[in-house]
Design a protein around this ligand. Structure first.
Ligand code: PEP
Length: 257
């Protein structure tokens, strides 16, 4: 049984005061859900206060990125121990915006995943193809390259605890969601790849989230797919009612408030 995760990536949004107010609203709406793990990823500066605002509820806190060294002369970076010290237990790694705008490569993603695991953070490892790659039938090649390189040198026992997020780049922030069939196809491919790379047990335990314009109106269909274990939500996670409805997907919808 893979426990569902619904994670909200707040990206470069909300000052600390705004983030805390928003976290308190989420606490009211989804702070006591038991059917899934709820994770929010505020900006670095708001992490500690958001953690304090939701402490003791079902809501967990994640960093949006991390650097691989624990400390040292790396101006502007944030390390895994620093994220742990403000209450994070998860961290997003290799988000397509990091790959696209900040020169993130498969190799640096791999270093970040290793650093996260070494310091007790669960990485949410993002992979996904661009529109051009999809249209030239390279989706599976790209996913294979990203997964193989991103997990390089990480033993099966550790990979089982990693969360993978399939986020087709063409669906992020565009309002253009992958159909449930497209998403399921990619998730099934990723699970088979994990089985081939690290064994059936790892593939069966690893949670694979879908990300890319998930909204209240499409979450139920996506979550009904057998290989979709949750969602990584950008835009819709910035609205409390929308995020609450996504958390309370499908059979849990009557609980949405
Ligand atoms: C994301 O940034 O991970 C994301 C999926 O964004 P959106 O939901 O806005 O497409």
């Amino acid at each position: 049984m893979r426990r569902t995760i619904i994670a909200g990536n707040w990206k470069l949004n909300k000052t600390t005061d705004e983030a805390v107010r928003f976290a308190l609203e989420l606490k009211q709406r989804v702070g006591s859900v038991t059917h899934c793990d709820v994770i929010v990823a505020p900006a670095f500066v708001a992490l500690g206060e958001v953690y304090r605002a939701v402490k003791g509820t079902s809501i967990r806190v994640a960093g949006q990125n991390l650097f691989w060294e624990a400390s040292g002369a790396y101006t502007g970076e944030i390390s895994a121990p620093m994220l742990r010290s403000v209450g994070c237990d998860h961290v997003i790694v290799g988000h397509s915006e990091r790959r696209q705008y900040f020169g993130e490569s498969d190799e640096t993603v791999n270093k970040r995943i290793k650093a996260a695991l070494q310091h007790g953070l669960t990485p949410i490892f993002c992979v996904g193809e661009t529109l051009e790659e999809r249209e030239s039938n390279r989706t599976f090649d790209v996913l294979t390259r990203q997964v193989v390189a991103g997990l390089e040198g990480i033993p099966a026992g550790r990979v089982a605890g990693i969360v993978v997020a399939y986020e087709p780049v063409w669906a992020i922030g565009t309002g253009r969601t992958a159909t449930r069939e497209q998403a399921q196809e990619a998730h099934a491919f990723l699970r088979a790849l994990l089985a081939e790379q690290r064994g059936d047990h790892v593939a069966a335990s690893c949670r694979i989230l879908y990300g890319g314009s998930v909204k209240p109106g499409n979450v139920d269909g996506l979550m009904a797919q057998p290989d979709i274990d949750g969602a990584l939500v950008g835009g819709a996670s910035l609205d409390a009612a929308s995020f609450a409805r996504i958390v309370n997907y499908g059979p849990h919808a009557s609980l949405a408030g």
